[in-house]
Design a protein around this ligand. Structure first.
Ligand SMILES: Cc1cc2nc3c(=O)[nH]c(=O)nc-3n(C[C@H](O)[C@H](O)[C@H](O)COP(=O)(O)OP(=O)(O)OC[C@H]3O[C@@H](n4cnc5c(N)ncnc54)[C@H](O)[C@@H]3O)c2cc1C
Length: 379
């Protein structure tokens, strides 16, 4: 693989760097897990969207720049190097949008993608249920046919930012008598403020109030908000899950920037000899992840499906993130104690990485069985 970028790609990178240099807020925005921070991040999405930087890889018709994966990776490197804010629209941009681009109708794409790109409609992922996390197919929330649409009832849980988001996408059991649990599911979008919806915040370790559970009591959803047709939900959901674990949710740009910050912290703290090897590991790990992602992107561009390889990605970035933050806290010692410090906050969030987007135990099973061809484990 040739890792030299073309002059046109480098010109794109330079354009992104110039724009970010002129627009990234001088001070960090408040946490997007709070009402105030959510509003500030939404305004930032609007600013990005106005100049078509919020979703560079999307078609221009929906608010993007028609860029391929490589330019998206370059943009992400510049974005995080510039210290730009975390993306409040991430669930919509990284999960729902790729699903709509493949499985949605043109009417859905035209209606849903441009407001998402401008941060006007922020989406939550409503998949997990109290008895259906790793075993997602055992979900019980149902969609019952009614005139012109569906009535949704049941409970979703662990929904990131649902307390402040506008809409959600999730799976519902529409044909309860099918022989297998993953059959008879329908993938639907719904309003979080529709009659019959109750959103209740769940306390997180860091005390921020955006994480929530969602209760649904005969919530009406029109037919136009079914993705991929009734009963086809599982296949569509597996396509979303590949995106969640694969290339798009955690781009290497973010870790390259974190590794740089860690290295700067280490230099600023007298080049502490006890953490030196771990800091070096973090810097090497970020670079390795970058190269792994470029390799995966080039295979994808050559027409190969990524498939179970996404699970390798997910295990890597989630464990890397924990190790990087632990190293920073060890370096900081007592100075890292305040729970609202940057590194401490990042550490608390990193602890969730091996759980969300499919736990790492489940990812390891997928790697063992589907990539390494080992026998199926006991369930
Ligand atoms: C910070 C955070 C944000 C999240 N955001 C969202 C969101 O926005 N939307 C959403 O829908 N969900 C979200 N989730 C939920 C997340 O996807 C689930 O927590 C996850 O899928 C695990 O499900 P569970 O919590 O029900 O645990 P369980 O499935 O009950 O698992 C408990 C433990 O048992 C292990 N285990 C279970 N089955 C197996 C098996 N077959 N083999 C080996 N080990 C197994 C698991 O790995 C885990 O360690 C979020 C979770 C967190 C922590």
């Amino acid at each position: 693989m040739d890792l030299t970028h073309s002059p046109a790609d480098e010109a794109f990178r330079a354009e992104a760097r110039t724009w970010l240099g002129a627009h990234v807020p001088a001070r960090p925005l408040p946490s997007l897990e709070t009402a105030e921070g959510f509003a500030a991040h939404r305004a930032w999405e609007a600013e990005l969207g106005a100049d078509r930087w919020s979703v560079v890889s999307w078609p221009a018709a929906y608010g993007g720049r028609d860029c391929g994966l490589v330019r998206w990776l370059l943009f992400e490197e510049e974005y995080y190097a510039a210290g730009a804010p975390g993306r409040v629209g991430q669930n919509g941009v990284s999960l729902l949008a790729p699903t709509l681009l493949v499985h949605g109708t043109e009417e859905q794409r035209v209606r849903i993608l441009p407001p998402m790109a401008r941060g006007e409609v922020v989406w939550a992922q409503a998949w997990s249920e109290p008895e259906a996390g790793s075993d997602l197919a055992s979900l019980r929330s149902r969609a019952v046919r009614t005139d012109g649409g569906w009535l949704l009832s049941g409970q979703k849980t662990w929904s990131s930012r649902a307390a402040f988001a506008d809409r959600a996408f999730g799976l519902f059991r529409s044909e309860p008598d099918m022989p297998k649990p993953h059959q008879g599911l329908t993938y639907l979008m719904f309003d979080l403020r529709a009659p019959g919806v109750t959103v209740r915040p769940i306390g997180r370790l860091d005390g921020k109030p955006a994480f929530a559970e969602i209760f649904l009591d005969e919530v009406f959803v029109p037919d136009e908000d079914v993705i991929g047709g009734p009963g086809r939900g599982w296949r569509i959901a597996m396509s979303t899950a590949g995106d969640e674990r694969g290339l798009t949710l955690r781009s290497p740009g973010r870790f390259l920037a974190s590794a740089d910050r860690l290295a700067a912290l280490w230099h600023g703290r007298g080049r502490d000899p006890f953490t030196r090897d771990r800091v070096a590991d973090a810097v090497i790990g970020a670079r390795a992840y970058q190269l792994f992602t470029y390799a995966a992107a080039s295979r994808f561009l050559d027409g190969e499906a990524l498939g179970p390889e996404s699970s390798l990605n997910k295990v890597f970035w989630s464990e890397y993130d924990v190790a990087l933050h632990e190293t920073a806290l060890d370096l900081l010692g007592a100075d890292g104690e305040p729970a609202d410090g940057d590194w401490a906050e990042g550490y608390l969030f990193s602890l969730a990485g091996p759980i969300y987007a499919g736990t790492n135990e489940i990812q390891r099973d997928i790697i063992a069985e589907r990539l390494l061809g080992l026998p199926r484990g006991r369930r």
